[in-house]
Design a protein around this ligand. Structure first.
Ligand code: ATP
Ligand code: MG
Length: 374
């Protein structure tokens, strides 16, 4: 992996690891003028604590640094060897890319995707344009900047309207499904006005919903703590998780309200993991997620959401380059658990993949390389 001309550093383990996150502030009222579900994608401090505990089992020291406007100063004070980045960022059109951009500027290693992949994947319209260009299946879509743009003929009611650049089901409730022009215009104006960003309008996908987690990289076997997890291509595909959307808050849609609740209580979608699907569909979904991940230059970890259209064909919805890592709660953790991978091992693997990429680890000598005498 190129290091952009920066010197390779092989910082001796244990490392000083800073977990960088935006934390939900539930004690203070939200500032005026923000959407009702603003900050829904921020983390609870318990998630940070769980990551720190996981990292400390490998004898590293950890510190939490909030991804707020003091971050640049705190980074210079703390001087971490590497950052475990789960920060969603604050405002702007590429908030998930803010922390990676700052860390690149300060030449501090960090986990997961870099600036471009984090920025593009937050923008669902740009993401889908890139996928479509490479012939990956997506539902017909159109971005509305003003709300009164003429609807393109390939878009057919019912349509689905959501903010182009949010996560965690923000701006998604049962009114996201619109069945005629009047509802479309009303919803598009609402999204544009309240979320201060374009509305993404797509054909409504009525079929089953899956999320596919990926871990790894072409050279993951050389740097991961668990080389045995990775297939020949260096990637690990987690068991597919299917959302039982029939049970969700509103039928068919995994809304912000549904996402914010703990797994189990009424109103929250149940899930099946591993999903009960035929092997052919499973192979297709895993292949699509793998391509979706690589085409965008996503690194090390991701979760891709896919739904079936009316003919049962999979269509990519979006990719999460910073998938939630709350133990026993976030989809990726549930997927890992379904095959016996615990939170500690998952977190450490992400850390090691990141560290390997920044030249902080000696590459492991692989059996194949030994045999070939290379
Ligand atoms: N075109 C569509 N047709 C039907 N349902 C859709 C469509 N797009 C999104 N949804 C529903 O809305 C939910 C949220 O959409 P999406 O995954 O794009 O948003 P998100 O808020 O970024 O999600 P995440 O929590 O995974 O970050 C999906 O999980 C799905 O249930
Ligand atoms: Mg999603």
């Amino acid at each position: 992996m190129p290091l952009d001309g920066k010197p390779i550093r092989r910082s001796k383990r244990p490392w000083k690891v800073a977990v960088i996150a935006n934390i939900k502030d539930e004690e203070h009222p939200k500032p005026e003028g923000v959407p009702p579900d603003a900050f829904a994608d921020f983390d609870h401090i318990e998630t940070v604590d769980a990551l720190r505990a996981a990292i400390e089992t490998d004898s590293h020291t950890t510190v939490f640094i909030e991804a707020d406007r003091e971050l640049p100063y705190n980074l210079r004070r703390v001087k971490p060897d590497i950052c475990f980045n789960i920060a969603e960022g604050l405002g702007g059109d590429a908030r998930e890319a803010q922390v990676p951009a700052l860390l690149e500027l300060l030449a501090i290693p960090y986990t997961g995707s870099r600036v471009l992949a984090n920025g593009i994947s937050l923008d669902k319209t740009l993401t889908k344009r890139i996928w479509r260009d490479r012939r990956l299946p997506v539902a017909p879509f159109q971005e509305f900047t003003f709300g009164d743009e003429p609807l393109r003929p390939e878009l057919k009611f019912p349509l689905f309207v959501k903010p182009a650049r949010e996560g965690t089901g923000m701006g998604v409730d049962m009114k996201a499904i619109v069945k005629d022009e009047a509802e479309l215009r009303e919803r598009a104006q609402y999204i544009i006005g309240v979320y201060q960003q374009p509305a993404l309008v797509e054909n409504f996908l009525p079929g089953r919903e899956f999320t596919v987690g990926i871990l790894g990289r072409a050279d993951a076997k050389q740097y991961g703590r668990h080389p045995e997890w990775y297939e020949k291509d260096g990637f690990h595909r987690f068991p597919i998780l299917e959302l039982d959307t029939g049970n969700s808050e509103g039928p068919w849609v995994y809304t912000n309200e549904a996402k914010s609740k703990d797994v189990g209580p009424e109103g929250n979608p149940g899930f099946f993991c591993p999903a009960k699907i035929d092997p052919e569909l499973e192979k297709k979904l895993k292949h699509l997620a793998y391509r979706a991940h690589n085409i965008l230059n996503v690194l090390d970890v991701s979760r891709t959401d896919i739904r079936l259209d009316e003919e049962g064909n999979p269509r990519l919805i979006e990719i999460n380059t910073l998938p939630g890592l709350t133990p026993n709660y976030s989809d990726l953790c549930l997927q890992a658990a379904a095959e016996g991978i615990g939170h500690t091992d998952l977190a450490l693997e992400i850390l090691y993949l990141g560290a390997g990429r920044w030249g902080m680890l000696e590459p492991r000598e692989l059996e194949e390389t030994k045999k070939n005498g290379k």
